[in-house]
Design a protein around this ligand. Structure first.
Ligand code: ADP
Ligand code: MG
Length: 229
């Protein structure tokens, strides 16, 4: 029978993360099950310490769960080893962090090319694509500038261009506007949602910003490591 549900790019089932310290164990993510359809926009919200970054890290293959599963792009990544997860991160997913995480010794253009170099695909067409992405985020004139010559908002736009270099099916962002003023935040948000529409890249964004969460088609609320209604 045909399903009425769109295909998921990301599904977690009973995803759990427990930290052990001595004889004490702390469950920071407790049986979380979410589905994100292809091309969707999802916000993860909740108080500080509720497990938002932990959930994002598990979904993106940055970290391994204690139990439960993550299916990303039709692959169950839960059993992936470090090498398999590194390959997944460099080839199939985009990331944006609160503190940008650009390489200080590389220009804007070189920063956008980093994921390409990691996967050994550096070539002329990749450089053209990186330059076009910088134009797309309004930084066509800043390609040769270093991160310390750019404002926070500009650095985050370089990070957005970098995240899109491989045309990922999904992009994860952890409080992408957390260090930006209102104007820079608005520009970064607009770009993320525009690129979502243009490229069909699903967005999964951790945010405290309720305006940003409102723009998302799905909102997941966490409290004490649990998904709440
Ligand atoms: P959020 O992003 O919602 O603020 P986090 O996912 O960063 O929350 O953290 C959730 C909980 O997990 C917090 O109580 C945090 O202290 C704890 N935690 C995160 N990483 C570790 C770790 N490596 N060891 C022990 N506890 C951790
Ligand atoms: Mg966090």
């Amino acid at each position: 029978m045909a399903t009425l549900h769109p295909k998921s790019i990301l599904s977690t089932r009973e995803l759990t993360k427990t930290y052990q310290s001595g004889d004490h164990s702390l469950t920071v993510l407790d049986r979380v099950s979410i589905d994100v359809p292809e091309g969707a926009t999802a916000a993860i919200v909740g108080p500080s310490g509720s497990g938002k970054t932990t959930l994002l890290g598990l979904c993106a293959g940055l970290d391994r769960s204690t139990s439960g599963s993550v299916e990303l792009g039709g692959q169950n990544i839960s059993g992936f080893n470090e090498d398999q997860r590194a390959k997944l991160r460099s080839e199939s997913v985009g990331f944006i962090f609160q503190n940008f995480q650009l390489m200080p010794t590389l220009t804007a253009l070189e920063n956008v090319l980093v994921p390409g170099e990691l996967s050994g695909t550096s070539n002329g067409s990749l450089i053209d694509r990186a330059a076009a992405l910088l134009e797309r985020v309004g930084l066509g004139e800043r390609k040769e500038h270093y991160p310390n010559q750019l404002s926070g908002g500009e650095q985050q736009r370089v990070a957005i261009a970098r995240a899109f270099i491989h045309q990922p099916k999904i992009l994860f962002a952890d409080e992408p506007t957390g260090n930006l003023d209102e104007e820079a935040s608005a520009l970064v948000e607009t770009m993320l949602f525009d690129l979502n529409r243009e490229s069909g890249t699903a967005l999964v964004i951790v945010t405290h910003d309720l305006d940003l969460a409102e723009k998302a088609s799905l909102v997941f609320r966490l409290k004490g490591g649990k998904l709440i209604e």
